[in-house]
Ligand binder design. Structure first.
Ligand code: CS2
Ligand code: MG
Length: 402
């Protein structure tokens, strides 16, 4: 079998997605997600101009060799654009191989090592009563683990809280909006939120919280400590992770478990965090981290240190990435939890898929390959539109991490 052609499908069914379709000379095709939120066309150009020409005529079964060719062979390494492009190729090739062997992809990754995968939902509200209401709605849908975000009094737009009660979606069409942030107000508020939620839902529901890189290490340490009575499943992205030593400081002060990695694009971003046991959950994204080939290695390294996975699963990753995360997660031993932020009905229609949610768990389904296809006619009705993530400023106007 040979790779005969490859092309990109750009579409915007409620949000932008970049999808790579690789075709073989035997009629089998594979899909890979190449979406990098707010920078979509950079990855599209990288694939179109630099990667696709190198793929034609290669053996699609030689996944490791093609991965190394695109990584080492480029000379320039890492970065979200490069790694998302490599991931798109990698995932499409795994899809092809599993389809060719007529088996669900998880069987090529070791086979199922659990029946279902615990997932967490997103609850949010403009204030504490609103957040509690949202948590209860998710409990009614069977979720056993729930991330809770709430508006903070005196802060005009908190992370994870949508305008007008809609489902949270991180990108906005047009130019970036700006929001204001106050760490002081947030730090005083967050323990009150979790005290109220825990009181309302009891001890059996897992609660998670995303700090979205907004604190310094010592601020995150204070927050982790103040949240200990409410025993969170994790606090996510407590501080920017470029300086990995910051996590040592957090660890010295609190037993609240720590998750990070959604902006990492290489195993090397996580290496020190894992080998020093400064984190408990690795949240890398299949698409931005170099695909299944790269994430399987990162997960196996993490397993040695009892660090578990919590693959990023926001709506800016297409159903192709969600399927890839589910196939990998159901196979590896150190799976921890999977983020489940459902796509809009329209996005689900554009990407028909076999993965399913039931009673707090998801599974990838048993269709050969990834079990995801794309309705190109429908996709064609929703062309790409420029969109950005918001940027954040402190109350005095200083630009800060969103
Ligand atoms: C978030 C994301 O899912 C998460 O935990 O941090 O919503 C993140 O903001 C987006 O993926 C950014 O594109
Ligand atoms: Mg996050």
């Amino acid at each position: 079998m040979k790779i005969a052609s490859a092309r990109l499908i750009l579409c915007s069914p409620d949000r932008n997605f970049v999808t790579l379709r690789i075709e073989t000379d035997e009629g089998i095709y594979g899909l890979g997600d190449a979406t990098l939120n707010g920078r979509e066309l950079a990855v599209a150009a990288y694939l179109e101009e630099h990667v696709i020409p190198c793929l034609i005529g290669r053996d699609p079964f030689a996944i490791e060799d093609i991965w190394q060719y695109l990584y080492r062979g480029a000379y320039w390494r890492r970065g979200p654009v490069t790694m998302s492009a490599i991931a798109a190729v990698d995932v499409a090739l795994w899809d092809i191989k599993a389809k060719a062997l007529d088996t669900p992809l998880y069987n090529l990754l070791g086979g199922k090592s659990r029946q279902g995968m615990l997932v967490y939902a997103h609850a949010n509200g403009a204030d504490i009563p609103g957040a509690i209401e949202s948590v209860k709605r998710h409990i009614d849908q069977g979720y056993l683990a729930i991330r809770v975000q709430s508006g903070v009094p005196g802060v005009n737009a908190s992370y994870g809280v949508p305008k007008g009660g809609k489902a949270y979606e991180p990108a906005e069409r047009g130019l970036p909006s700006e929001s204001l942030w106050s760490t002081e107000r947030y730090l005083n508020f967050a323990p009150k939120l979790f005290e109220a939620v825990r009181m309302e839902v009891g001890e059996d529901i897992h609660l998670l919280h995303d700090l979205h890189h907004r604190l310094t290490p010592i601020e995150a340490a204070r927050l982790g400590k103040s949240l200990e009575p409410y025993h969170l499943f994790w606090m996510e992205d407590p501080t920017p992770a470029e300086n990995q030593d910051g996590f040592r400081l957090i660890r010295q002060h609190t037993t609240t478990p720590v998750a990070t990695g959604e902006v990492f694009n290489s195993f090397w971003d996580a290496h020190d965090l894992i080998r020093n046991q400064w984190i408990d959950y690795l949240r890398m994204t299949i698409v931005h981290g170099g695909g299944i080939t790269a994430l399987k290695k990162a997960a196996d390294f993490a397993a040695v240190y009892q660090v578990r996975t919590g693959f990023h699963g926001a709506t800016d990753l297409s159903p192709v990435t969600m399927a890839a995360a589910l196939h990998l997660g159901i196979a590896i031993h150190n799976f921890g939890i999977q983020e489940h932020m459902p796509h809009t009905p329209l996005a689900d229609q554009v990407f028909p898929h076999h993965y399913r949610y039931e009673g707090g768990y998801m599974d990838p389904g048993d269709a050969p390959g990834l079990g995801v296809s794309i309705d190109e006619d429908l996709a064609g009705q929703y062309p790409y539109q420029r969109a950005y993530l918001p940027v954040a400023r402190k109350l005095d106007g200083t630009l800060t991490d969103w």
